[in-house]
Design a protein around this ligand. Structure first.
Ligand SMILES: C[S@@+](CC[C@H](N)C(=O)[O-])C[C@H]1O[C@@H](n2cnc3c(N)ncnc32)[C@H](O)[C@@H]1O
Length: 294
């Protein structure tokens, strides 16, 4: 899709967000070496043809690789790329274009730091003859180096009431590290939790699917970019979403004091993102050659 060049920057008390209507393969060239984190959800293969361009699953890997160089160049050496994506059932079986794409990116130098799972707490109801309801999506954490910026303390969670219950009944075995009774080799030391208020989360994020329409058919939950921005982007850093849609990543970045660059090649979604930042991000118009509000 050829898009007119529209650009709007908004600001809140702490930071700015720039929304650009264009093809991210071209737009990112102006920001080389500036980004701390790319977090994004690309168009899913063959999905949502009615709404925006997408590609056949067989062609997805080659298509996605056209973004490899712009993504690599826009990131700082210790930057990260988080890809929220899901494969698709084609003729009754899971197509593996997501795995092929991640392997192809690894061949081009991306380190696969971890695979996170977004567990959907309210998945679509339905019946499929050979499958159950689909309740999760991938969030791949890729990076240019094996030691990208990483701040786990920023995503610590309250330790939760299960620990209090468990601690009240500490037995002798719990007071020192030991292997479980069946000799599985998994040592545990429950007493280490005494006095702790927070714990590191796991790499499974349990978040509800966004039900409310945000003027875009595939909005991810705000908590998803919030989590990864806290974890992978330093304060004051730059977050990029090259498939920005309704601008969810920009909202998260605004609320966390990170600068953001949002790119979408569809003028309608560009405008939706600007409107959302103004309406939900406590932001005001800073400048722009695009319309401030559609
Ligand atoms: C899955 S949606 C992203 C939704 C977004 N995470 C949200 O919460 O609203 C993918 C977006 O990528 C955009 N897109 C597709 N190809 C693009 C390209 N070459 N450059 C920029 N945006 C593109 C589509 O218009 C679509 O809005």
């Amino acid at each position: 899709m050829t898009a007119p060049h529209l650009e709007t920057t908004v600001r809140n008390l702490y930071t700015t967000s720039t929304v650009i209507c264009g093809d991210s393969r071209e737009v990112l060239g102006d920001f080389e070496g500036q980004a701390d984190l790319i977090i994004t959800s690309p168009p899913y293969a063959d999905a949502r043809h009615k709404h925006y361009d997408s590609v056949h699953p067989d062609a997805f890997t080659d298509w996605f690789l056209t973004f490899h160089e712009p993504f690599w160049k826009v990131l700082k050496p210790n930057g990260s790329l988080v890809l929220n994506i899901k494969d698709k059932v084609v003729n009754g079986v899971r197509h593996r274009f997501v795995w092929h794409t991640i392997e192809a990116l690894a061949d081009r130098g991306w380190f696969a730091i971890d695979d996170y799972i977004w567990h959907k707490t309210n998945p679509m109801p339905g019946y499929w003859p050979t499958r159950l309801r689909d309740g999760w999506e991938y969030c791949f954490h890729l990076a240019k180096s094996k030691r990208p910026y990483f701040n786990p303390d920023a995503v610590r969670q309250p330790i939760g009431s299960w620990v209090e219950t468990r601690l009240r009944s500490l037995g002798e075995n719990d007071l020192s590290r030991h292997n479980s009774a069946n000799a599985s080799g998994f040592g545990r030391d429950i007493s280490r939790w005494v006095g702790k208020q927070t714990v590191l989360p796991t790499n499974v994020l349990s978040l509800a699917v966004v039900g409310k329409n945000k003027g875009h058919p595939a909005v991810f939950p705000l908590d998803l970019p919030l989590f990864f921005i806290k974890l992978l982007c330093p304060e004051g850093g730059l977050v990029v979403d090259p498939f920005a849609g309704s601008g969810t990543t920009g909202l998260a970045a605004l609320s966390l004091g990170r600068r953001s660059l949002l790119v979408d090649n569809n003028p309608q979604y560009y405008q939706e993102a600007v409107n959302r930042l103004l309406d939900e991000g406590a932001a005001v118009l800073l400048d722009g050659n695009g319309s401030g509000r559609g």
